[in-house]
Design a protein around this ligand. Structure first.
Ligand code: SAM
Ligand code: SF4
Length: 323
């Protein structure tokens, strides 16, 4: 499946809930507020959706949210997606609060890869950013993933001026002997966080410059890879990834589509609106129609987002679509 700009799509980011138990300062500073509307996608809807996207050639699904693991049927969702023909890689992004207890079970259910958000390795700063004094618990969850045999364990850290932009050293020590990839993500402006963005946004070049000085080398991009540019160093078991959505040409390698927890297709994280798919998710008999509808919708994907102009589309916070 290709769009008008020759980009092909390997990767679906599927949100399964807007709910989150954390209150990260850049995402849900006042915590999750219940919204009215239809419920989140059910198991059968998720199965149909994934089946159709797989038929269209997508082979990697990342389950996201909100916090995806707050769903009681999270393990069943993993099993359901695992059984969809054509899905080769099944990943999730989590704040890690249930990881310590469940890393093994989720691996056994069919999860291949896991990204754990951890903005600081300093317990106090972690608490300040997330609203939860749980850094040690999350770290134990990361260790549990390493022993559970996941194909890939990555850490996500949103770069925040004065909070963790001087902390590269602590992250590097952490990955010296651990085969983890740390992704530094540039803070993105959303509808809700304009003032916060002004105060805390720092370009990823602050990290890239330090990495280069310390002998880290940029790796060539793999097919189906996420948005990160990866760096390697012979002295480290781990890797560093940089996600810099404001960098030139970021959108030219876009290979992903998004579906929200209520079944709206988002052609870009910063689209004005989603395209409702839910009416075509109610019966197996509608799967051909859904396939044609998604193919047609893709013709509306634009070449780039307009974040540089401060236009954040309809995205109020990333917990709404899953980042
Ligand atoms: N709750 C899960 C978590 O935090 O990992 C999954 C959903 S969260 C929206 C996905 C990723 O988006 C997290 O790594 C989070 O740190 C990141 N994120 C949230 N808001 C962001 C923003 N404004 N700019 C950059 N990254 C953001
Ligand atoms: Fe929750 Fe993830 Fe948003 Fe933090 S970034 S508030 S963990 S959805």
């Amino acid at each position: 499946m290709q769009d008008a700009f020759g980009r092909s799509f390997a990767y679906l980011r599927l949100s399964i809930t807007d709910v989150c138990n954390f209150s990260c300062t850049y995402c849900l500073p006042d915590g999750y507020k219940k919204t009215i509307g239809p419920g989140f996608l059910k198991l059968d809807e998720i199965r149909r959706l994934a089946t159709v996207f797989a038929r269209l050639g997508l082979w990697k699904i990342r389950i996201t949210g909100g916090e995806p693991t707050v769903r009681r049927d999270f393990t069943q969702i993993v099993q359901t997606l695992r059984a969809v023909p054509g899905i080769r890689t099944l990943a999730t992004t989590t704040n890690g609060y249930r990881l310590r207890e469940h890393a093994d079970a989720w691996r056994a259910a069919g999860l291949d890869a896991i990204n754990v958000s951890i903005d600081s390795l300093d317990a106090k700063i972690f608490h300040q950013v997330t609203g939860h004094d749980r850094m040690h618990e999350v770290q134990q969850g990361i260790e549990a993933c390493l022993t559970a045999g996941y194909d890939s364990v990555k850490l996500n850290a949103v770069l925040l001026k004065g909070i963790n932009d001087h902390a590269l050293g602590s992250f590097l020590s952490y990955i010296k002997d651990r085969p983890l990839s740390i992704r530094f993500i540039e803070l993105m402006q959303t509808g809700d966080n304009a003032q916060y963005f002004e105060k805390y946004h720092v370009p990823a070049t602050v990290i890239i410059d330090q990495l280069k000085q310390q002998g880290w080398v940029q790796k060539t991009r793999e097919l189906g890879a996420g948005p990160a540019v990866e760096y390697l160093h012979g002295d480290y078991a781990g890797r560093i990834g940089i996600i810099a959505p404001y960098s030139k040409d970021f959108c030219s390698t876009c290979n992903r589509l998004r579906v929200s927890a209520r079944g709206d297709l988002h052609l870009c994280l910063f689209s004005e609106t989603g395209i409702g798919l839910r009416h075509l998710l109610q019966s197996d008999d509608d799967m051909d129609a859904l396939q044609a509808f998604v193919e047609h919708s893709l013709t509306r994907k634009t070449a780039t987002h307009f974040l540089h102009e401060g236009l954040t589309g309809g995205t109020q916070k990333l917990a709404d679509i899953g980042g």
